[in-house]
Design a protein around this ligand. Structure first.
Ligand SMILES: C[S@@+](CC[C@H](N)C(=O)[O-])C[C@H]1O[C@@H](n2cnc3c(N)ncnc32)[C@H](O)[C@@H]1O
Length: 512
């Protein structure tokens, strides 16, 4: 009995909850049960330890990651709601991590949606009846009333798992959901939201990102997010995971369902192109054969290689893929980076084009150039394109793609983007456009300082992580030598990834 009391102690003190939601936790049952059979079980909560002694040194959290974004947005929300005390005891974090205890909450109202695409609700803390616990619940919208169970506790919030929508938000339309795995698969977050609302959500994410990095968003030219012509069936590459158990092979994605994790079998993905769905369904035996040849878990590549009337896919990382965007052809190895949603690429190119003035701009410096997609697509706007890329395989294809499209005005260099600036001494900065399109983590201070010293007339920053983009732009504008000589002329999202929380963001800066 003593060990039972020790085991349940953190919860027994909360046999009585004074909360707005009706709580039906297993703990309540257990507490009631033990209270009945053992009168020595304390009915009053023991004194709560002073905050100070419970506080651990906070690890530093990268503000451009999901965790950092949530932390910032939760702080903003609690400030706006005047909730001074929201916390989770570290004893409880440890407890939840070690034992699988779930607390069930009924009729919880979702009061906001974070830029991570997850809804946020507030419940009373389990450790301190005067404090609140923030709950973050995937697949929910502002205004939904839900039943959920509370799982693992993180430092600033608890993970909630949706059990049931009790009353839907006025924005929710579940008839729009096309995928049978929606609510279970971690891939898409927004299928229940009408597409125009998805675009609005993404514009707000962009605004949140700039706000997080101290921009006054009212002064920024943030334009409405550009829609994707294809809202389903657009993804040209999938990388399903497989497990290590060869007797029960599963090929699919990470589950995100009622707190259960792990890979689940998936034989369709509504956002992927039809040929990739064919691979997942009809050609599943082929995929299983490939997986059988591996000993461990991993991912399998599915790359759409359809072009014109030739509809096909490959699983071979080295196979050379050809894609046609506008009037240009691009080749690259199937396992290397290429943009994933071809349908929206022409509108990105035409937006960037609209800022390039043939009478002023003579050079484009395409940094983080991959296989040359941006520079080559804009090659008819200027006299010279110089690209730089850190992946040798991508770089080789940038040079080959220039040839494939009959271009003679390009030069592609191998190296890290910071190294390009020393080679630009012969170029007139006032005639130059610098494009940067780094990966999720963004650029570096070294790069941004050199960019500022070079002082090009136009800077075009395309990013799949608007939070690292906003961080970089804050640094560039405020902390580099010539940053204050630039003004932001455009901030615009492009919906490269409909039905998901992701957004591609384009920012254009012009020398004043
Ligand atoms: C988001 S992709 C963009 C590629 C290209 N702009 C496109 O649209 O296809 C980012 C590229 O940056 C490259 N990269 C990453 N770090 C780099 C660095 N320090 N210097 C140069 N290229 C880098 C990656 O290999 C990848 O090809």
């Amino acid at each position: 009995m003593t060990s039972c009391i020790t085991y349940f102690r953190p919860f027994i003190r909360h046999g009585k909850f004074l909360i707005h939601q009706r709580e039906v936790s297993t703990i309540t049952y257990i507490t009631n049960f033990f209270s009945k059979i053992n009168p020595f079980i304390p009915t009053q909560p023991p004194a709560i330890q002073p905050l100070k002694s419970q506080r651990r040194k906070r690890r530093s959290i990268d503000p451009t990651t999901s965790e950092g974004i949530l932390l910032f947005e939760i702080q903003e929300l609690t400030k706006s709601l005047n909730i001074e005390k929201y916390r989770i005891s570290h004893d409880l974090i440890k407890y939840y991590k070690n034992k699988e205890h779930f607390r069930r909450i009924e009729n919880l109202e979702i009061i906001a949606v974070s830029s991570t695409g997850k809804g946020i609700g507030i419940i009373d803390s389990e450790i301190d009846l005067n404090a609140k616990t923030i709950v973050v619940i995937p697949f929910t919208l502002k205004g939904d009333i839900v039943d959920c169970k509370i799982g693992i506790h993180q430092e600033s919030f608890a993970e909630g798992h949706l059990l049931r929508i009790v009353k839907p938000s006025s924005s929710r339309d579940d008839s729009l959901i096309k995928c049978k795995y929606f609510n279970s698969c971690a891939g898409c977050q927004l299928q229940m939201l009408p597409y125009s609302d998805q675009l609005e959500f993404k514009t707000k994410v962009i605004s949140n990102a700039f706000k997080q990095f101290d921009f006054n968003t009212r002064d920024l030219p943030i334009r409405a997010t550009v829609e994707s012509p294809l809202q389903y069936q657009y993804r040209t590459k999938l990388t399903p995971h497989f497990n290590s158990n060869r007797k029960d092979i599963k090929i699919g994605f990470e589950r995100d369902h009622e707190g259960r994790k792990g890979i689940f079998n998936l034989n369709s993905c509504e956002i992927a192109t039809p040929i990739l769905n064919h691979a997942l369904q009809e050609n599943r035996e082929e995929l299983v054969k490939i997986v059988e040849s591996y000993k461990k878990s991993g991912t399998i590549l599915l790359r759409d290689k359809s072009i014109e009337n030739n509809i096909d896919y490959t699983t071979n990382h080295k196979e050379i893929i050809t894609q046609k965007i506008n009037n240009f052809k691009f080749q690259f190895p199937a396992g290397e980076f290429f943009q994933n949603n071809n349908s929206i690429l022409p509108s990105v190119i035409s937006t960037i084009s609209s800022f390039i003035d043939k009478s002023i701009h003579k050079n484009i410096i395409d940094t983080y150039c991959g296989s040359g997609f941006l520079g080559i697509s804009l090659s008819d706007k200027v006299d010279k394109i110089i690209g730089i890329e850190i992946s040798r395989r991508n770089l080789d294809y940038a040079a080959k793609n220039a040839q494939l499209n009959g271009l003679t005005n390009t030069e592609f260099k191998f190296g890290s983007s910071e190294e390009i600036f020393k080679d630009l001494i012969d170029l007139n900065p006032q005639e130059s456009v610098v494009i940067l399109d780094p990966s999720r983590k963004g650029s570096t201070e070294d790069y941004l300082n050199q960019l500022s010293n070079f002082e090009p007339d136009l800077i075009v920053y395309l990013s799949c992580n608007v939070f690292s983009q906003a961080r970089d732009l804050k640094y560039f504008l405020k902390q580099t030598k010539n940053g204050d000589k630039y003004e932001i002329q455009l901030v615009q999202g492009f919906d490269f990834f409909p039905q998901t929380k992701h957004i591609e963001s384009l920012v254009v800066l012009k020398h004043k």
